[in-house]
Design a protein around this ligand. Structure first.
Ligand code: LP5
Ligand code: MN
Length: 248
């Protein structure tokens, strides 16, 4: 049996190719899995659980079908969908994970997280993150009508879009120090995260104990999936436009 991990799909109505690949993955592969973990940035941006668009409902339906069929599905918020909340979880049957969570995969403990908090050199982003994660601000924001929230988000996005261009690739990557802090604090040998869009398997030692950090890839040009079995794991790709038979 298999457990899948995905992140950074950035689903949006304007990228039907990504949505199709995701829906096909849910129908044909995730539906036969032991569990599915979505480690953040499923959506290009999630304005709130009150999104009643056809697009949002299509994605909800895919999760409902999966969880109704008995496949446990876990969701970590990303920096683009930090407003996915309890209502979405209740509607879809997914379980919201803490920002940093320790899970058991076929007897092995792993710490899973989106990955943005590991980028401790990205001071400006972390300051921004702290602001938008304030519970009172999120509570107020959630009370605003959807169409107004949409305008606020567009305005903030356009105000800050140039800021990212000024940052070096190094600043926007994880720091090894924070990776090791999180691994130590959670007493694990394996970390799985997304966010940086730099799919890779990093091996290193901490006090002579072997550790691994698996980085999930994004879904801009192909689907990116981490497949875990009792025998091991593999980072795999799914081509856009490939539609497999439903019971394959
Ligand atoms: O995802 P990616 O890789 O493109 O970029 C991220 C970081 N960017 C973000 C920004 C979000 O995608 C867009 C957020 C819009 C939020 C609207 C909120 C509305 C209010 C909600 C209230 C509850 O996450 C990027 C990182 C990059 O990852 C690293 O890979 O560098 O960070 C930025 O670019 C952020 C800037 O550096 C921050 C600029 C500060 C601007 C301060 C504005 C304060 C607005 C406060 C709003 C309440
Ligand atoms: Mn991200």
């Amino acid at each position: 049996m298999k457990t899948y991990f995905i992140s950074d799909l950035h689903l949006t109505p304007s990228r039907q190719d990504i949505t199709d690949c995701f829906l096909n993955f849910m129908e044909t592969e995730a539906s036969h899995a032991d569990a599915l973990y979505v480690l953040g940035d499923l959506f290009e941006f999630w304005i709130g659980d009150d999104d009643s668009s056809e697009f949002a409902n299509t994605i909800r339906q895919a999760f409902i079908k999966l969880t109704d069929s008995g496949v446990p599905c876990y969701f970590t918020q990303g920096n683009r969908d930090f407003l996915v909340g309890k209502r979405f979880a209740k509607q879809t049957g997914v379980t919201l994970l803490d920002e940093v969570a320790v899970i058991d995969i076929y007897g092995q403990s792993a710490v899973v997280l989106h990955g943005d908090t590991l980028c401790t050199d990205d001071i400006k982003y972390l300051a921004f993150r702290e602001k938008v994660h304030q519970p009172w601000l999120q509570w107020v924001f959630n009370c605003i009508p959807f169409f107004i929230k949409k305008k606020i988000v567009s305005k903030v996005q356009s105000d800050i879009k140039d800021d990212k261009q000024t940052k070096s690739l190094d600043i926007m990557d994880v720091t090894q120090k924070e990776v090791e802090n999180v691994i130590s604090a959670n007493k694990v040998d394996l970390m799985i995260h997304g966010h940086t869009h730099r799919p890779n398997i990093h091996s290193f030692d901490m006090n002579e104990v072997a550790k691994k950090r698996i980085v999930l890839g994004d879904w801009y040009t192909q689907g990116s999936v981490l497949e875990f079995t009792e025998q091991g794991f593999e980072l795999q790709n799914r081509a856009f436009g490939n539609v497999f038979p439903k019971d394959s």
